[in-house]
Design a binder for this molecule. Sequence first.
Ligand SMILES: Nc1ncnc2c1ncn2[C@@H]1O[C@H](COP(=O)(O)OP(=O)(O)O)[C@@H](O)[C@H]1O
Ligand code: SF4
Ligand SMILES: [Mg+2]
Length: 334
Amino acid sequence: MRQRAVIAMALAGEPGIIIADEPTTALDVTVQVQIVGVIRDLQENHAVASVVITHDLGLVAELSERVIVMYAGRIVEETSVADLFDAPAHPYTRALLESRPSSTQDKARLASIPGLPPSSADAVPGCPFHPRCAFAQDVCKTDRPTLTRFDDGRAVACHFYQDILALCSKTAQAPTKQRRAQSDGDVVLKIEGLTKAFGHVKAVNGIDLELRRGETLGLAGESGCGKSTLARLAMGLLTPTSGKIEVNGRQLSGLKGRALRDARRDIQMVFQDPTSSLDRCMTIGAIIAEPMQIAGWDRNRIAAKTAALIKAVGQADHSLNRRPSELSGGQSVG
Ligand SMILES: Nc1ncnc2c1ncn2[C@@H]1O[C@H](COP(=O)(O)OP(=O)(O)O)[C@@H](O)[C@H]1O
Ligand code: SF4
Ligand SMILES: [Mg+2]
């Protein structure tokens, strides 16, 4: 319920871009399904562009048209969701897919990727994935593969991607129906050469991406690969070490004060941990109203929308004067 509330807050100011950082990770499966429904509704009924950050490839399949797989702060593969499942071109993507639980394969143990990701791609010579890669050759220990982009929009960073692709069975089925083709709307979020260093850790290390109006992009990778850092950079909550971020054609880096707040209106974030996103000292009414205030709405419009929202979740008006902690426990809020 808290996660539904923070998603509703992110939407209240009618932003053009939503970044959802592991929106279902803390939830049980039934609630996950509901949250997926909420995000789907957004995609279908509002022209919102979204980035869904997750380590859950099932969620990527369910919600996105396009996916970027990150490893140690870098992009290792970018592809359509159909190709991700039918023909993964990077060994890391393949390994992630193989470590998903399967309802048809009767394996005693779940496949896993040996070892741990490095704290930073630069800490490993050659390909950052080579110590864990089943396909690694000598060249991988010394030569870093660059991200090669192809005409069909795919991109992959591996010396041997052709061999990996040749292994893919063309008859393999994507787990969900084909989503709509890549959107041709305006570019609403554009990131170029983005890097963020925390001391010697390069949490985000040279990322390029584009998000178009009405499109949903999945961003997948193990814990610590830099997904949340990328999201915070895109929101202007962190300052990049280098690189460019454009929201609706406006350069985010370098903006301060009012100009930054204006630019941020159009991009909203759903944080991984909903509990800490709700200020216990504020009333529910004040929490719901805050994003609309930030969006610059007048008092009457805010009051009307707040009342409509609280009604829409089946709560009485007096709930607006209460605090989040008072809604916990067995109380039904939806
Ligand atoms: N504020 C910070 N200070 C220092 N290191 C950080 C900070 N935030 C993230 N990191 C480091 O950056 C890397 C990427 O973290 P994060 O973006 O949170 O990964 P993910 O969301 O993919 O799990 C990790 O090694 C993490 O420890
Ligand atoms: S470049 Fe080599 S080590 Fe890196 S992913 Fe490809 S095969 Fe594996
Ligand atoms: Mg994270």
